[in-house]
Write a new protein. Structure first.
Length: 133
């Protein structure tokens, strides 16, 4: 599952639990005092904290953001250059996927569908510590 799907599921679960608690709190007789309301609010807050902890736990870990050093397969393009096929990664695509701090030495331009685009060579990125998905 993608991180976006996991986050969506966690959010929907937290909202459903909060609505269930609010419905239960609304069903309490009119003579309920402030303590019952405080308990219901505390339960909602606890569920929200649990949902956030679950969401945070599923995020990739790493001291130096190593999970950001993965090269999305969707950004890879095979180009023919000087009679050889080379795999490159499109700079605009990498930017959309949040891949940052790419080495300038790996940057190049290529002609793709009649346009000049910025690309990064796969071999150079591998030497710089990036890994393909």
């Amino acid at each position: 599952m993608s991180p976006l799907t996991r986050r969506l599921i966690a959010t929907i679960s937290a909202v459903a639990a909060a609505l269930a608690l609010m419905t239960a709190a609304a069903a309490v007789p009119a003579r309920a005092d402030d303590k019952d309301l405080a308990k219901a609010l505390a339960a909602i807050a606890a569920i929200a904290l649990i949902a956030k902890a679950i969401d945070d736990h599923k995020k990739p870990k790493g001291h130096n953001g190593s999970w950001r050093r993965r090269l999305p397969a969707a950004c890879a393009v095979d180009l023919r250059s000087r009679g050889d096929w080379q795999r490159v990664y499109l700079a605009a695509c990498l930017d959309r996927f949040g891949v940052r701090r790419l080495p300038e030495t790996c940057e190049d331009t290529a002609r793709l569908r009649g346009r000049h685009v910025r690309v990064y060579g796969e071999r150079c990125l591998l030497r710089a510590g990036f890994r393909p998905e």
